[in-house]
Design a protein around this ligand. Structure first.
Ligand code: FAD
Length: 499
């Protein structure tokens, strides 16, 4: 049988682009269909009045020589198109509810010493805690990012490591400020299991965070260009509606308008529920898979306020690292003081970052891009943000977004007085915005939830349908650019190994 191409890929997120690039390099004929006007999915940026804003990711891990992303860029032949700034991101600095600012040391050892000095009555509990995470950290994240599929380390088989980190912290420490510092510096791992928290501390010591000069879109564009120069075809503004199945095998895709593209393999980089329930249909799926798709929780969405400002933010005390403003004594939903009531979706604090302090090229001279982010926001908040039937954007939706954005700016003013009056340009994104642009279920940032109860669950990349594979964060724990890229690489390798 002759096909239009060897592999049809649905979506040009980082996983789709990496998968396509690696296949094209080996002479495989690949077509990527992307519904949006530009490639990248969550890995993207937009421009307003000369300010470039990254839509989501603040950093990409493992872009240094010899590391995962670097090697993938090298294979696709785009290393020379990219320039990265390495920065120490962790632990995050914090402003606590009592107004105290904590500028935190950047190695695990110094951080441990800093806390013992600040909270001498809890020295033993701190020693025990770091002992545990040291032991566990030896093999969590390295395993997750190894070549083989390792959803979570063996550690999670033990009860201790399945415990949500915030539970451990709440049970073993007394001082409420210490509880906040331990939880938020390790954002967002504190909501997940102790095993992943341990992996986080390992990551702190390796500090392998990078920012791409020019913004995130540059990475997606370079990957797309690399793919095309290797012979791949990228069709933008091309939405895939159906995966074609014949005799139990995927044989191509149908795009909006009804045109069909036949292929020997199909790879879906799109949302997993949409892939299975929307593009295939329950009749072709095993009961267990349908149950998982219904029951597993997606990771929460985000609310971002993008600000272009005319203000000297370095003088105002900002650096390359972001600062968390924590308004309440609340450990990611576990209230430790107060009634925990929140009218607006900011129960877990506001992250304030200024990427233009790292890369001035993304803002007009002397000005800055500021991101105000709340990263754990419900899609369902106020009846799906007061949208109408089918997610229709109503005046109430726009009003609610404005109210929330105003609250974020008020909070940010506590760190950066004068911010509001320096705003030149502003935009906002709710979980529904992310969902609209990327089709990720409920605007999920990283696929399935990180919370301990769902944590580590991922779908298989080889689907239940012959010749159909999945690539992207719904198949790669813990999600994020590097994990998604790794899943794209694994799918490419699997297809290349087929006779
Ligand atoms: C607010 C936010 C902050 C984040 N911060 C970080 C961070 O700091 N560091 C980090 O590493 N990661 C971060 N992430 C996570 C990271 O961005 C994602 O995990 C990763 O980019 C996912 O890549 P992916 O390839 O799985 O798919 P996606 O980026 O979801 O791309 C899927 C693509 O498929 C396309 N598509 C979907 N359906 C169809 C269809 N039917 N037809 C055609 N095309 C379709 C979409 O348009 C999209 O382009 C963040 C994410 C968000 C939202």
């Amino acid at each position: 049988m002759t096909y239009d191409c060897d592999v049809a890929i649905i979506g040009s997120g980082v996983a789709g682009l990496i998968c396509g690039g690696l296949l094209a390099k080996k002479g495989v004929k690949v077509i990527i269909c992307e519904k949006h006007t530009s490639p990248g999915g969550n890995l993207s940026s937009f421009e307003r009045k000369g300010f470039i804003f990254d839509t989501g990711p603040h950093w990409i891990i493992r872009c240094g020589p010899g590391e995962l992303m670097y090697n993938l860029f090298d294979k696709i032949g785009i290393l020379k198109e990219l320039k990265f700034i390495k920065y120490n991101l962790l632990p995050w600095d914090l402003v606590l509810p009592d107004g105290e600012k904590n500028i935190l040391p950047e190695t695990r050892k110094e951080f441990h010493a800093y806390l013992k000095d600040k909270f001498p009555g809890e020295a033993n509990a701190l020693d025990k805690y770091f002992d545990e995470v040291d032991k566990a950290g030896k093999d969590t994240l390295p395993k997750i990012f190894s070549k083989t599929v390792t959803p979570l380390s063996e550690l999670e088989k033990q009860e201790f490591y399945r415990l949500p980190a915030v539970e451990y912290i709440d049970q073993h420490f007394t001082d409420k400020n210490l509880k906040l510092i331990l939880s938020y510096t390790a954002y967002p791992y504190a909501r997940t299991s102790m095993a992943l928290m341990a992996g986080y501390w390992k990551e702190v010591d390796s500090q392998t965070n990078y920012y791409p000069v020019g913004g995130m879109q540059g990475v997606a564009n370079a990957l797309a260009e690399g793919f095309k120069s290797l012979g791949g075809e990228l069709l933008l503004k091309t939405r895939v509606n159906r995966i074609l199945i014949e005799k139990g095998k995927a044989v191509g895709i149908e795009i909006a308008g009804g045109k069909r593209i036949s292929s020997r393999f199909v790879v879906s980089n799109a949302d997993a529920r949409l892939t299975y329930l929307g593009m295939i249909g329950k009749d072709f799926l095993p009961h267990e898979l349908i149950k998982n798709l219904d029951e597993w929780k997606p990771e929460k969405g985000a609310f971002y306020v993008y600000l272009g400002v005319d203000m000297d933010l370095k003088k105002a005390g900002m650096g390359k690292k972001g600062i968390w403003y924590i308004p309440r004594y609340n450990l990611f939903g576990k209230v430790i003081e107060g009634n925990g009531e929140d009218l607006l979706p900011l129960p877990y604090g506001l992250l304030v970052t200024v990427p233009s302090l790292m890369d001035p090229s993304i803002a007009p001279p002397g000005k800055h891009c500021v991101l105000l982010c709340s990263c754990y926001v419900d899609h369902d908040f106020h009846n799906n943000w007061q949208t109408g039937p089918g997610g229709r954007r109503t005046p109430e939706y726009r009003r609610l977004k404005k109210v929330v954005a105003d609250q974020f700016i008020d909070y940010a003013e506590k760190i950066l007085p004068g911010l509001r009056k320096s705003i030149v340009v502003m935009d906002t994104a709710s979980p529904l915005t992310y969902e609209r642009y990327t089709f990720n279920y409920k605007g999920s940032q990283t696929g399935w939830s990180w919370e301990a109860e769902t944590g580590g669950k991922r779908l298989d990349q080889a689907s239940c349908i012959k010749n159909l594979y999945l690539a992207g964060h719904w198949t790669a724990f813990p999600g994020g650019v590097a994990a998604a890229a790794l899943s794209g690489m694994r799918t490419a390798e699997t297809i290349l190994s087929e006779p």
